[in-house]
Design a protein around this ligand. Structure first.
Ligand code: PGA
Length: 929
């Protein structure tokens, strides 16, 4: 039998050779020779570590024309893209082999494995059913600007992936000609990639971002998710066969694309409506196609079986609504009522699509326009029709058929409803405050709302929320454009829920929530536009987002105070006593460093859950995590299990952003594995039977290390003189804004302060320049000082690493990102700092902390080398590093030339070179930032 590493090496070799052929064919032998020369030099450099080799490589790159830099970058990037595919295929192959060996035992970290554990722990079926009834797992796709690759490129890579799967998984039955055809197709795609621009010509618009998000649903998720739902149903049946399971949707998707307007002026009310239409139209088109599939499946004849009368009644009803569709029913199907009904349902879906595409929601129209009965307005209406067929099939012995395609379509409607994903809205608390400041002033109620002390703000807001008097006129022309936009957005939501889709939007997130008044402010604005009517309804979850250290520390107290207010209790009552709270991983990290932020987040979760429990409120935590470790990234399943025990009650939301979306969802099998790991973790974290509480001494240790970590981190980032100068020069932060990756601006406001910079450019800059410090800085000092304080402490830390998932994850994630750091390359970036004495000083501090961190992790985790616990990953990263080097040198060179103010035309070319290298490094390191 061929060993694992043999297969992957053979694949990588074959792909590399194909790329080499394409390159010399397309760009000539000399371009290929240059690439080979650089590749060998980079390999030499790594194996010898000789600085002379580094200088030679740097000199060679400095001598190249921009076009040559582009070509080289393209070659290495493409190579990494192909290697990533080979690795992903290998992971699936190994998984499949393990499954075969382990069968019939369930695959590790699968849904079935979690259920097997629950059964073994004697969790009763009724308890599990109750849990399921309230469960919700919701990945939320955001448009955070960290996906540097074009959709065109991703699609081509996906096709290569499919062929690699054919070659690797279907091997035994593969004919030589099939093999040859697959190889040709792969090479064809590589030619296509070579001949295509790697980077976008323009920044994506918000609508482009929406379409990018929809792409994953259309290519993967619409099909895949019902299968996962089915797997869940089967696993329940296997491990609890005695229980009659009713499986709710469980999974739902959310989207921030065109909903998140915090710091993005291009996300307007109008754009949000456009997105809503597109998301709904996408799902309706999918369903129209599904009706065709069902049509060919459900040919049952009334001559053969007895079909439920309700089906005939429904057909009769639709015949009056869709006379044209009736005319289209073929005489061949005269005895096939399901087909007739499906054809009519399809007509209703088509009418819904036409309605969706043309509707302009209008606020404040009297009486409110209601959607015609020819369209499906709520998903329940479509589900009811499908259920008629389902029940009828069961009644005449067709349950196997009912549980085939029909069941999948019903699951899809339960999960995606009629709009693909729930569109969340986010805005910054300051924008609401400024809007209210103006509204109160214009209404003659309060001249300086923004300056009022918190208590007075609360009082005023409470009075106004309960007062029936409107504050704003129908026309908004008198307000500033910012205030008008805040109100327009809320009016648009109200109209959209009333006229287009009542389920499409249910959450409004308030960034930088610091006070109770930030929450009441939104509630008042909701009341103002008819989204909240005390005593009657409240249409939105009002969700605070806590992200800075101070806000996280204050969050429990704020939450408790909020829950005491009758005016908020009324809103919660109308929302079924459900409260969602969002936690921001990136900004807390940027502010206080890796250790302090992770601890602040852990504590906040724990305390917020306790408060919710005391008030009889069901809390759903929404985790705002990025892909890189410095933004809360890391393996998703592990992150879930690392949460404080007892805080996850089956409901969880988490962001999926940028390159993580393509990484996880581009290809169905990879997506299936990711999602089953998430569900496994949520199930296991949901039952106390499987959890162990951390020891009090561990909590105390973290408390003290968080403080030390905070001081160490702040000491460098915010207190070290001239650190800012180092950051600005030794990383590509200044260039980030010009990178054409996302629609939103890089900073909320123009300023030089790190506080004002968004977390993405911050982490991105350190990632690209290979310092990667947001993912580890301060950890070494925290561990070292804590260990030195008492001779028992090292053993304590080791026990924490062995026994506490939070701490294990903390150190494992740090290992992940440390393995991607490279201080030799980072030093080259430091060369870009004009003041070299300063550069050396700062760099020496960083290097010392890096070495300390590595040293301490090795001791605490009791390993010899970083990433020892994950040998495959360790190998992959080590093996990649030499080939990332040329990309780093190219980036440094391009930055240098770009900063040396050249004529406009060259600037553009160089910007492309920087963007291409960003792309390449991101693909090589599998993290953008
Ligand atoms: P934000 O996100 O700046 O949109 O809050 C930060 C991040 O995801 O890193």
């Amino acid at each position: 039998m061929t060993g694992e590493s043999d297969i992957i090496s053979a694949n990588i070799r074959a792909l590399g050779e194909a790329l080499g052929r394409v390159m010399s064919d397309q760009s000539g032998a000399s371009a290929f020779a240059l690439e080979e020369r650089v590749r060998l030099m980079a390999r030499e450099l790594r194996s010898s570590g000789d600085p002379q080799h580094a200088e030679a490589l740097q000199a060679l790159i400095a001598s190249l024309k921009v076009k040559e830099l582009h070509n080289l970058t393209k070659a290495f990037t493409l190579y990494f893209g192909l290697v990533n595919l080979a690795e992903a295929v290998e992971r699936l192959r190994v998984l499949r082999e393990r499954d075969l060996r382990a069968a019939p035992a369930p695959r590790a970290e699968s849904i079935a494995a979690a259920l097997a554990e629950l059964r073994a722990a004697q969790v009763p079926a009724e308890v599990l059913q109750r849990w399921l009834d309230g469960a919700l797992i919701m990945p939320v796709f955001t448009a955070h600007p960290t996906e540097s690759r074009r959709r065109t490129t991703l699609l081509k890579l996906r096709r290569i992936f499919d062929d690699l799967l054919v070659l690797n998984l279907g091997e035994r039955l593969l004919l030589p000609e099939d093999r040859g055809a697959a190889l040709t197709r792969i090479e064809r795609e590589i030619v296509g990639l070579w001949q295509t621009d790697d980077v976008r010509l323009h920044k994506p618009s918000v609508v482009d971002e929406v379409e990018n998000g929809l792409f994953y649903f259309q290519t993967t998720l619409y099909e895949l998710i019902p299968q996962i739902h089915r797997a869940m149903g089967q696993a329940l049946q296997t491990y609890y066969p005695e229980h009659p399971w009713a499986l709710p949707p469980l999974l739902r998707f959310g989207s921030w694309m065109a909903g998140d307007r915090d710091g993005n002026p291009y996300v307007t009310a109008e754009v949000t409506v456009d997105a809503a239409r597109r998301m709904r139209a996408s799902m309706l088109r999918h369903l129209i196609g599904e009706m065709d599939r069902l049509f060919s499946d459900l040919s049952q004849s009334r001559y053969q079986v007895s079909i439920a009368p309700a089906v005939y009644e429904r057909i009769a009803y639709y015949q009056t609504l869709f006379p044209d569709a009736v005319a289209e029913i073929s005489p061949h199907h005269a005895r096939e009522p399901y087909r007739q009904l499906l054809q009519l349902m399809q007509a209703r879906l088509k009418a819904s699509l036409a309605y969706t595409l043309t509707l302009v929601p209008r606020w404040g129209v009297d009486p409110p326009p209601t959607p015609p009965s020819t369209v499906y307005f709520r998903s329940a209406e479509l589900l009811a029709d499908l259920r008629l067929i389902y029940t009828s099939l069961w009644a005449h012995g067709g349950h196997l058929v009912a549980d085939g395609i029909l069941r999948d379509v019903m699951a899809a409607v339960g999960i995606f409803r009629l709009h693909t994903a729930t569109l969340d809205i986010r805005q910054h608390s300051n924008r609401h405050m400024a809007a209210l400041d103006e509204i109160f002033r214009m209404a003659g109620i309060e001249q300086a709302y923004a300056d009022l002390p918190e208590a007075a703000k609360r009082q005023l807001l409470t009075a106004e929320i309960t007062s029936p008097r409107p504050l704003t006129p129908a026309r908004l022309a008198a307000y500033s454009s910012e205030t008008a936009e805040v109100l327009q957005t809320l009016r648009m939501i109200a109209a959209l829920l009333e006229q287009l889709d009542p389920e499409m939007i249910d959450t409004y997130v308030i960034s930088a929530t610091a006070q109770v008044s930030d929450i009441l402010a939104l509630l008042l604005l909701c009341r103002e536009v008819g989204l909240y009517q005390p005593g009657e309804f409240s249409r939105l979850n009002v969700v605070p987002l806590f992200e800075t250290g101070a806000d996280l520390a204050n969050a429990p107290q704020l939450f408790a105070a909020l829950l005491e207010l009758p005016v908020y209790q009324e809103h919660l009552r109308l929302r079924g006593h459900n409260q969602e709270i969002m936690l921001g991983y990136s900004d807390s990290n940027k502010e206080g460093g890796f250790v302090a932020a992770n601890w602040a987040l852990y504590r906040a979760q724990f305390e917020l859950t306790n408060i919710a429990d005391r008030h009889g409120v069901r809390l759903r935590l929404f985790h705002g995590r990025g892909g890189a470790v410095g933004r809360g990234g890391g393996p998703a399943g592990q992150a879930i299990l690392a949460q404080p025990p007892g805080t996850l009650r089956g409901q969880i939301k988490m962001t999926d952003q940028g390159e993580m979306i393509s990484d996880r969802y581009l290809e169905p099998r990879t997506a299936a594995r990711h999602l089953e790991q998430v569900i496994n973790a949520v199930l296991r974290a949901g039952f106390n039977e499987l959890l162990h509480s951390p020891e009090p001494a561990w909590l105390a240790a973290m408390e003290s290390m968080a403080q030390i970590g905070w001081e160490a981190y702040r000491g460098l980032i915010y207190d070290a003189p001239s650190f800012l100068a180092y950051f600005r020069a030794a990383t590509p932060v200044a260039e980030f804004g010009r990178l054409r990756i996302g629609s939103r601006p890089a900073a909320r406001r123009q300023s030089d302060r790190i506080e004002d910079l968004r977390a993405i450019p911050w982490v991105f800059s350190w990632m690209q320049s290979r310092h990667t410090l947001p993912g580890w800085y301060g950890l070494g000092t925290a561990l070292e000082r804590f260990a030195a304080a008492d001779p028992q402490h090292m053993a304590l830390l080791q026990a924490m690493y062995q026994g506490w998932p939070f701490f294990t994850t903390l150190l494992d994630n740090a290992q992940l990102i440390i393995a991607k750091a490279d201080l030799v390359i980072a030093r080259r970036y430091a060369d870009l700092v004009p003041d070299q004495a300063l550069a050396e000083r700062i760099f020496a501090t960083i290097r010392a902390e890096y070495e300390r961190t590595v040293h301490m992790i090795l001791q605490v985790a009791q390993i010899n080398e970083i990433l020892d616990p994950q040998p495959a990953l360790q190998r992959a990263i080590k093996w990649r590093n030499p080939y990332v080097d040329p990309l780093s040198y190219i980036q440094i060179e391009a930055l240098q030339r770009l900063r040396a103010a050249l004529p406009e035309a060259d600037q553009e070319e160089l910007e492309t070179a920087v963007l291409m290298s960003v792309n390449g490094i991101a693909v090589g390191l599998k993290n953008t930032g």
